[in-house]
Structures are given as structure tokens and as C-alpha cells.
Design a protein around this ligand. Structure first.
Ligand code: FAD
Length: 296
């Protein structure tokens, strides 16, 4: 008769058998791998420039390796994470480069499009008006049509059917003073679309063979009203950086990424200042999140 193993011995042998040994086939799986692998990098003493380390196996970085001050350029690395599908025979295919998106709030816009603007108030102005649970934004599209949206956080929306959203939206509207005056029939709005209006950015807007521009790289709060200008500006910057890269200026894509990071930091600081101007609703979840200096 075989002697039963003690509970400790059983769990130990189970844990051991779960660990792969060299040569063990692990079966089909998905792995996430960092490239280039973390290893040795040249520290360098140059103060005015740097160089990028090898970007792919077998590639040697092109010089010059010394900067204008004759110091050796420190080596930077663009780390990337790849999704690798491995089949049961250990064949590997890289299927995706993983880039993280950092969201800095959970804002949404509940949008209605309106016709028949009130003749007493010509349809030429944009309006921003704050209320307890968020803020209103009205922007003319043409002489008779406007977009009217309420910006709030997604967890503050009613959790029910579409008609609950409509009732809630109209409730918020009743708290506004200037926006309802702009329209004759806002109370009859039926068709709403809810869109993400959160501020977010990619951790790195440049990868191997791609770079991101516009909202794909970073989305600004609609309060900034800079989305379209930003998209056009990024297109120009990206074209300039790519042209410089193709002429051999290999740090041009890094400069593009740094410029984007600075741009997003300026946006965040400016946005925080604007939101903190509104102090009338200290108990409102929406405004509390924005009045707290550490949250935005
Ligand atoms: C409710 C709301 C109100 C706003 N109000 C303003 C405002 O008043 N002023 C302002 O400046 N900005 C405003 N913005 C922001 C502005 O709309 C965006 O910042 C701007 O449109 C971003 O431009 P883009 O070219 O980067 O991206 P997009 O305009 O989103 O263009 C991307 C395009 O790529 C297409 N696409 C996506 N995936 C694929 C694919 N796999 N293959 C092919 N095509 C694809 C999409 O269909 C889309 O046409 C607002 C945004 C929202 C949500």
C-alpha cells in the first residue's frame, strides 16, 4: 500500500511540477516581451546630446558618438512592449506593439444637436456655463444649428434606460441660466449621443515605424477648445520630424515625443487652473475632484 503524502509535501510537489524546466513545452500562449532587453548602456559625459541604442537585433547605431563638447554621448533606449503569440510548437509571431494610454479623468459629454435657435439670441456665440454636476458647452455649427452638450463624469450619469438619461439631462439644464435662453426648444431634445471627453495621452507617442498625432496621441478636455488646432499642429510637427529622421537626424522622433509630453503638461496645468476657478459647489463630486489640486 502506498503511503499518503503529507499535505505540505503534496503542495510542494504540485508547485514544483508547475515550474517549467529547460526544454519543457509550455503549450500555446501569449507573452508580453520588452525590447530592447534591459542590459548595459553607455553612460557618457556629453552634456549637449545623446544617442539612441540599437533599435532592432543586428542593427548598429550610426554615429557620431561624440557631441559638440567632444564628450561621449549617453545612450538612451526606446523600450517597447510587444505581444507575442507562441503556438504549441514554440513558433512565435509578434502581433502587436503595446502602448499604454493614461487617462486623467472620466469625463463624458452628453450631446444634443439643436435647430431653431432663439431669434432673440443670434446663433453666433459659444457658451460655457457651469452647474452643480458639470458644465454646459454650446457651439454654433451654422446659422440655425448648434451643438449643446453637458460635460460630466461617467459615474455621475444615471444608470438606467435612455429615457432616464434624457430626464437627467433636462434636470441639469434647468439649473443653467444662459444656455436655455439660447434655444427655443431645448426641452424637446430627444436624440442624445454620449461621447468620451476625457483627457488622456499615450505614454510614448512614437514607436517602431509609427508615430501618433492628434487625439490618437493625446486628447484634451473640450474646455481647452484646442482639439482641431492640436491635430493640425501635430500633423505639421510629425511631418517635419519624419523628414529630419529620414535625413539622418535620428533624435528627431525623440524630440517630437518630448515636445508632445511638454504640450500635455502645459495643458494639464492650465486646465487645473481653470477648473479651480469654480468654487460654488464644494459638495459636488464633479467639482470636488477638480478643486482638489492633487486630482487634476
Ligand atoms: C463632444 C466633443 C466636442 C468637441 N468640441 C471641440 C471644439 O469645440 N473645438 C475643438 O477644437 N475640438 C473639439 N473637440 C475635440 C476634437 O473633435 C478632436 O480633438 C479632433 O477632432 C481630433 O482630430 P483627430 O484628427 O486627431 O482625430 P479624429 O477627428 O477622431 O479623426 C480620426 C479619424 O480616423 C478614423 N479612423 C479611426 N480608426 C481608423 C482605422 N483603423 N482606419 C481608418 N480610419 C480610422 C476615424 O473614423 C476618424 O475619422 C471635441 C470633442 C468632443 C468629443
Amino acid at each position: 500500500m502506498r503511503k499518503a503524502k503529507s499535505r505540505g509535501a503534496q503542495s510542494k510537489s504540485r508547485a514544483q511540477s508547475a515550474l517549467p524546466t529547460i526544454g519543457t513545452r509550455l503549450g500555446a500562449r501569449t507573452e508580453f516581451r520588452i525590447y530592447p532587453s534591459i542590459g548595459v548602456a553607455r553612460i557618457g559625459d556629453c552634456r549637449d546630446s545623446f544617442m539612441i541604442g540599437p533599435e532592432a537585433p543586428g542593427l548598429v547605431p550610426s554615429g557620431p558618438f561624440r557631441g559638440a563638447d567632444q564628450g561621449i554621448k549617453p545612450q538612451a533606449a526606446r523600450f517597447r512592449i510587444y505581444r507575442v503569440e507562441v503556438d504549441a510548437n514554440e513558433n512565435e509571431v509578434v502581433t502587436e506593439e503595446i502602448v499604454a494610454v493614461h487617462a486623467h479623468d472620466r469625463q463624458v459629454a452628453v450631446v444634443a444637436f439643436q435647430v431653431c435657435a432663439n431669434e432673440a439670441h443670434p446663433n453666433t456665440r459659444s457658451i460655457v456655463e457651469t452647474t452643480e454636476n458639470g458644465w454646459w458647452y454650446v457651439a454654433p455649427i451654422n446659422a440655425t444649428r448648434s451643438m449643446c452638450m453637458f460635460v460630466t463624469d461617467d459615474d455621475l450619469l444615471p444608470r438606467g434606460a435612455k429615457r432616464d438619461l434624457r430626464a437627467w439631462w433636462l434636470d441639469q439644464l434647468r439649473q443653467a441660466v444662459f444656455v436655455p435662453r439660447q434655444f427655443r426648444d431645448l426641452a424637446h431634445s430627444r436624440d442624445f449621443v454620449t461621447r468620451s471627453a476625457r483627457s488622456q495621452c499615450l505614454d510614448v507617442p512614437v514607436g517602431s515605424g509609427w508615430l501618433a498625432v492628434g487625439d490618437a496621441a493625446m486628447a484634451f478636455d473640450p474646455l481647452a477648445s484646442q482639439g482641431i488646432v492640436k491635430a493640425l499642429d501635430h500633423g505639421w510637427q510629425a511631418a517635419t520630424s519624419i523628414a529630419a529622421y529620414l535625413k539622418g537626424e535620428h533624435s528627431s522622433l525623440e524630440k517630437f515625443a518630448l515636445q508632445q509630453r511638454r504640450e500635455y503638461a502645459v495643458f494639464q496645468a492650465t486646465r487645473a487652473q481653470y477648473y479651480r476657478l469654480e468654487q460654488r459647489w464644494p459638495r459636488s463630486a464633479f467639482w470636488r475632484r477638480r478643486n482638489d489640486a492633487t486630482k487634476l
